[in-house]
Design a protein around this ligand. Structure first.
Ligand code: CU
Length: 246
């Protein structure tokens, strides 16, 4: 097939805007309503964070308290639902390959300092986590660990690698694309596994990290290792899968 320059330019333009963000949360299979700027510290649009040294890596570009906090208990299943331009659409361009991660931190930190603890990670297991997220209508879940009562920020994140063969600090037109949102929850049960100290955003992800600079067109996906720390031993699991109809 002969590919015209116009077609290439059009496909690049489409890829550039084919981003994603979180629409809302389900708790134990019950949808909690449109969470944007309500219980999600939503960014103004679905653009990725590309500068891994920017403060926006913690809770995206609009990190401020929002009016609602969702009550959860240890053992509850919390499901995050992503979308592209409108709810239950194509979720994310299929070019956007990479891991699905979830971190948690005390809300009192506002996301600053060595506070982020990884509680879920799924990168590649025969297929990319993001491909399975698209099939699951943008839905993936974690179980709330046995944490002390209090307020926490949940931070689901997609690390997409379609331009991650380059470093953003060397070529700002390319580089890894990070998509994250911080969601306000209040743990009402009083568990005994206190959250350990965590890692810092920014700071944890580096351009020397093969989870951040990785050529998916060249290297076997099975060799990819997601960035950031190991999943906390006190985490209670999670999965990528649809829990309900949007
Ligand atoms: Cu995109």
């Amino acid at each position: 097939m002969r590919v015209t320059l116009a077609a290439v330019v059009a496909s690049l333009a489409a890829a550039a805007s084919a981003h994603t963000t979180v629409y809302g949360v389900w708790i134990n299979g019950s949808f909690k309503g449109d969470g944007r700027n309500n219980y999600i510290r939503s960014p103004p649009n679905n653009n990725p964070v590309k500068d891994i040294n920017s403060g926006a890596v913690a809770c995206n570009v609009n990190n401020r308290a929002v009016s609602t906090t969702l009550d959860v208990k240890s053992g509850d299943k919390v499901t995050f639902e992503w979308y592209h331009d409108s709810r239950n659409d194509d979720i994310l361009a299929s070019s956007h390959k990479g891991p699905v991660l979830v971190y948690i931190a005390p809300t009192s930190s506002n996301g600053a300092g060595n506070v982020w603890v990884k509680i879920f990670q799924d990168a590649y297991s025969g297929t990319w986590a993001t491909d399975r997220l698209i099939s699951a209508r943008g839905q993936h879940s974690i179980t709330i660990p046995n944490l002390p009562a209090g307020n926490y920020l949940l931070r689901p994140e997609l690390v997409t690698l379609h331009e991650a063969d380059a470093r953003y600090d060397q070529n700002s037109a390319r580089g890894v694309q990070l998509y994250m949102s911080c969601i306000q929850v209040r743990v009402t049960s009083n568990g005994s596994s206190s959250l350990p100290s965590g890692v810092a955003f920014p700071g944890t992800y580096k351009y020397t990290d093969s989870g951040i600079v990785f050529n998916i067109y060249d290297k076997p996906a099975s060799s990819y290792v997601a960035p950031g720390p190991a999943v906390w031993s006190g985490a209670a699991g999670g999965s990528i899968g649809k829990v309900g109809n949007a």
